[in-house]
Design a protein around this ligand. Structure first.
Ligand code: SAM
Length: 260
């Protein structure tokens, strides 16, 4: 099976068309999803240390910057979106470095040097970046030997845009997760939240094997994995069946790989 998405001539683009909506939802410090689930899982695997250099690829408005700075590491965020980067620079001042650039072409950025980062993160961005292989080759280029890379994404086995969803089994009185398609990579246009005609972003579904294969092809060996449920976000008085489904079917997947 090919691991390449359909529409290979399309590459990912910036979220500037939806920047106002995204900044309103997430801000420069991240949404509730970021703070309660995604950033803790990413920190657990990435473990940035004092004095290290961390690159956040597809950084948006900088939701990951505070956690890295609090750990005492130096932070560089890269994103295609000029509006998002401008917002991040305004929010963080000189405490963090934010660069406009293409995640699939990091070696073309004059501000970056090869093998100069101890750790690299894709926080909820890898599924919005295409081609995957070029993004991971770029990240591998930026990492020092022995450097850590973490991909934190919506779980590709259970959360396939437009091809998965919740269902209710009346006989067993349980909520189940339905998966309609999985193995075929897809480029899925997402809901338009931005300025008319500019706001449609694209999400790239790939099966798990596509991530592990592309990591391995770039000398990145997976050594840890976390599956994160949405239980911490459960509303009070949530019906038991829904709570069980929320606890059992993971929302996020985090994969760590080490550069050989
Ligand atoms: C869902 S947002 C996540 C942003 C941020 N990491 C966060 O968690 O708030 C995905 C980001 O990927 C960026 N992006 C998409 N393609 C890109 C590319 N080729 N190079 C750099 N950034 C890209 C978009 O501009 C957008 O900011």
């Amino acid at each position: 099976m090919s691991v390449h998405t359909k529409n290979r001539n399309r590459t990912s683009r910036s979220w500037d068309g939806v920047a106002d909506w995204y900044i309103g939802w997430s801000g420069a410090e991240g949404s509730r999803h970021h703070k309660r689930l995604a950033i803790p899982a990413l920190m657990e695997l990435l473990q940035p240390r004092r004095g290290e250099a961390v690159i956040d690829i597809g950084c948006g408005a900088g939701a990951f910057a505070s956690a890295v700075l609090e750990a005492g590491a130096a932070y560089t965020g890269v994103d295609l979106g000029q509006k998002l980067i401008a917002h991040a620079r305004h929010h963080y001042g000189g405490k963090a470095r934010f660069l406009v650039g293409d995640a699939t072409r990091l070696p073309a950025m004059p501000q970056l040097r090869p093998a100069s980062f101890d750790a690299a993160a894709f926080l909820l961005s890898i599924q919005d970046i295409d081609p995957l292989e070029d993004a991971l080759a770029s990240a591998a280029w930026a990492l020092k030997p022995g450097g850590r890379l973490v991909l934190l994404m919506t779980h590709p086995c259970f959360r396939i845009p437009r091809q998965s969803g919740w269902g209710w089994d009346e006989g067993r009185r349980l909520q189940f997760r339905r998966v309609d398609r999985y193995l075929t990579p897809l480029a899925v246009p997402m809901q338009d939240y931005g300025e008319a005609g500019r706001g449609t972003t694209r999400s790239y579904h790939r099966p798990l094997e596509a991530y592990v294969s592309a990591l391995a092809a770039n000398g990145l060996a997976v050594d840890a994995l976390r599956e994160v449920s949405g239980e911490d976000l459960a509303p009070r008085n949530e019906p038991k069946a829904m709570r069980l489904a929320r606890e059992e079917i993971p929302l996020f997947l985090a994969l760590r790989a080490i550069k050989s």
